[in-house]
Design a protein around this ligand. Structure first.
Ligand SMILES: Nc1nc2c(ncn2[C@@H]2O[C@H](COP(=O)(O)OP(=O)(O)OP(=O)(O)O)[C@@H](O)[C@H]2O)c(=O)[nH]1
Ligand SMILES: [Zn+2]
Length: 358
């Protein structure tokens, strides 16, 4: 019946539940796993989870486990056994590296080896997609409690593997400092996720490679003028070049913090203040270096009628991902602006570890 939510809609609800601190239940055949995000877990719900017949365990990513020197028997994740005197402070200390240096974890963390971790793996994927820290307090259940969102595992994995279709909602003229003849188009995904924007400068011909930039949202750099990165000058520089050429498309992708969200990016910044570089900070939080999905950039260009681009970037991964997603990149146009004493080490790390071209 069409009035019943489908798997995509349920996943979107589940993200909201987890962000509020409400557990959700993952179901695969006759297996059920109740999942709570550690970062939003209240003392009452924590007590309720501990009172379940099956003792909960803590799922963290392999990256976080590596930092904590825990054995990740499940490969890309570890299921950590809760100590007898577990409390929320302990859980938060395992989930969040903020105090790793000040208060190193006492005693070795014991990880589970038996059983299967596939539902735990899905739980961590869902938490990442909700822009929460990837640490989940999970327990097996015999049946789904009334009122909690119930997620069917396989359709949800399939949805997370695909990029949600994006639809144009509205476009209007917005004259810019760098290009008076500009329009802003808003695109909305079907899965209730973030909207993305396209700034179209002039009217670029659809049958020629378009001067394009895939810009990832950076609130600190784009809006506040932060000197910690080069995003603000890159945004202005790309628009200026498109203005000079009289044509171009700047895609503004709401993938803040290389896809980890602003709260996690600020956690990464605190770790950088403790001496870790941008890549190490992501890993200590439990994320990969870059959690972005550039397929949506290609999808937007196609939706606008383009098949090829001259891409303004220093990031070869972006070019590879665009090509794989069906947009021919005929030229890489370098975008070298905004280096300053505060971001020099950050830019050097990206060149050394993330393959950015100097
Ligand atoms: N996680 C994390 N994200 C950051 C950090 N500094 C900037 N960002 C984010 O990184 C993204 C910008 O990506 P960049 O790596 O600068 O550039 P790029 O888009 O990969 O490549 P270019 O096309 O060459 O600019 C934005 O989403 C920023 O919010 C950081 O220290 N940690
Ligand atoms: Zn930035």
């Amino acid at each position: 019946m069409s009035l019943i939510p489908d798997a995509t809609e349920i996943l979107s609800r589940a993200r909201a539940d987890l962000r509020m601190g409400l557990p959700v239940v993952l179901v695969d055949g006759d297996r059920c796993l109740i999942v709570a995000a550690v970062e939003t877990l209240s003392p009452d719900r924590f007590a309720d989870l501990c009172a379940l017949p099956d003792r909960p365990h803590l799922a963290i990513t392999g990256r976080r486990a590596e930092t904590l020197k825990a054995r990740a028997y499940d490969g890309d994740l570890a299921r950590i056994v809760l100590p007898r005197d577990v409390d929320l402070t302990w859980l938060n200390a395992v989930a969040d590296p903020a105090d790793d240096l000040r208060k190193p974890m006492k005693g070795p963390l014991v990880a589970l080896r038996d059983g299967t971790a596939d539902l735990d793996r899905l739980a961590l994927r869902i938490l990442k997609s909700a822009r929460l820290l990837p640490a989940a307090l999970n327990a097996s259940l015999a049946q789904v409690p009334a009122g909690l969102t119930r997620i069917n595992a396989q359709p949800t994995r399939d949805i997370l593997d695909q990029a949600s279709p994006l639809h144009p909602i509205v476009g209007a003229r917005v004259p810019l400092l760098s290009a008076e003849n500009s329009r802003l188009h808003v695109f909305r995904p079907e899965d209730g996720g973030e909207e993305h924007y396209a700034v179209e400068i002039g009217r670029p011909p659809r049958d020629k490679p378009v001067l394009a930039r895939l810009h990832s949202a950076c609130f600190t750099g784009d809006v506040m003028g932060s000197l910690k990165c080069d995003c603000g000058p890159q945004l202005a520089g790309a628009l200026a070049q498109m203005g000079q050429e009289g044509a171009g498309v700047l895609l503004y992708l709401n993938q803040e913090g290389r896809g980890i969200g602003l709260a996690n990016k600020m956690r990464a910044y605190s770790l950088q203040d403790q001496g870790f570089d941008t890549v190490e900070a992501n890993h200590r939080l439990g994320f990969e270096d870059d959690e972005r999905d550039f397929r949506l950039g290609a999808a937007l260009l196609k939706e606008m009628g383009f098949t090829s681009a001259r891409l303004l970037t220093n990031n070869p991964n972006k070019i590879a991902m665009m090509e794989r997603a069906g947009i021919a990149v005929t030229e890489r146009v370098p975008l070298k602006v905004g280096e300053n004493p505060h971001n020099a080490a950050y830019l050097a790390t990206k060149a050394a570890k993330s393959g950015h071209l100097l």
